[in-house]
Design a protein around this ligand. Structure first.
Ligand code: NCD
Length: 298
């Protein structure tokens, strides 16, 4: 079993993962984690802090050992192909967690590897374990997902976190409002696919208005995916979620961000009780522990 795209999951499987993650949370609290056997290989061909370290930490907490592939110091530099690298690493481990700038790379790895593959992001395409931890966080903080007003703000065109998340929000019956700088809107085919599959309508707005928002989910401008860096720098200056915006919203608004945040959320917001992004990042541990256990045990 692999975890490549949120599209491959049904609601029952997602709920099962949440159940295992809750159990992991309890085991971590009691400092008594049931151990598994095996080795995880982490192959990150793109920069990462949270996804890579939380996969590694989750694996270690479960008693697995971790081998790490460093793209810059590997035979990739000598010209080795991606599939040869994957076939080789497959012989050294029991589970692979990976990230790659090319869309479809995780799917290709899953085809050539016998070990289960966990996709930690493939280009602008998908980031399924991020969506699982995002939904887990909303459920934990709000007690439910269905019926909540979730506002998605930022570079919806290039952010894989958003591409996975709209699918998850549709699955769990949230109401989705999208606010993107001009030219960075979520692509029509993704909107249509999610709306059709989950029989709901997502709303688009030109400006941020948090009056009715229960959850505000922000992402940065994905500069590395712009052909024109000047354009990226220009858009970056256009949107900042200031503390003033947040004061106008509901008292129990939950602010989320997959991180890293750059200028879109100023540091003074971190101290506001609504800011939950570091707690969100911490939830990556029980959720990724659950994903590892699930794919290892089939
Ligand atoms: C995100 C990613 O890599 O897609 N980070 C993450 O995994 N938490 C978001 C981003 O880079 O903006």
């Amino acid at each position: 079993m692999d975890l490549i795209s949120f599209r491959d999951l049904d609601k029952g499987t997602v709920e099962k993962i949440f159940g295992i993650a809750e159990d992991m949370d309890h085991q971590l609290e009691r400092k008594k984690v049931e151990k598994l056997d095996g080795i995880m290989a982490t192959l990150f061909f793109e920069p990462s802090t949270r996804t890579k370290l939380s996969f590694q930490s989750s694996a270690e907490r479960l008693g697995l050992q971790v081998v790490d592939f460093l793209a810059d110091r590997s035979s990739l530099k000598k010209g080795e192909s991606f599939t040869d690298t994957i076939k080789t690493v497959d012989g050294y481990c029991d589970v692979i967690a990976m990230r790659h700038p090319a869309e479809g790379a995780a799917r290709l790895a899953a085809e050539v590897a016998n070990a289960p593959v966990l996709n930690g992001g493939d280009g602008a395409n998908q980031h399924p374990t991020q969506t699982l931890l995002d939904l887990y966080t909303i459920r934990k903080l709000k007690g439910k997902i269905a019926g909540l007003n979730v506002h998605l703000v930022g570079d919806l065109k290039h952010a894989r976190t958003m591409h996975s998340l709209v699918y998850g929000l549709g699955m769990f019956g949230a109401k989705v409002t999208m606010v993107a700088p001009k030219g960075l809107e979520l692509e029509e085919h993704i909107i249509h696919e999610a709306e059709k599959k989950f029989n709901f309508k997502m709303e688009s707005r030109d400006s941020i208005d948090l009056k009715d928002a229960d959850v505000l989910y922000v992402c940065r401008v994905q500069e590395e995916r712009f052909a024109d860096k000047y354009e990226a720098a220009k858009v970056k200056k256009e949107f900042t979620i200031s503390a003033d915006y947040i004061r106008k919203g509901k008292k129990d608004l939950v602010i989320m961000h997959p991180l890293p945040k750059i200028d879109e959320i100023p540091p003074e917001v971190d101290a506001m009780p609504q800011a939950k992004y570091f707690e969100q990042a911490r939830n990556g541990i029980p959720v990724r522990m659950a994903c590892i256990k699930m794919v290892l045990e089939g």
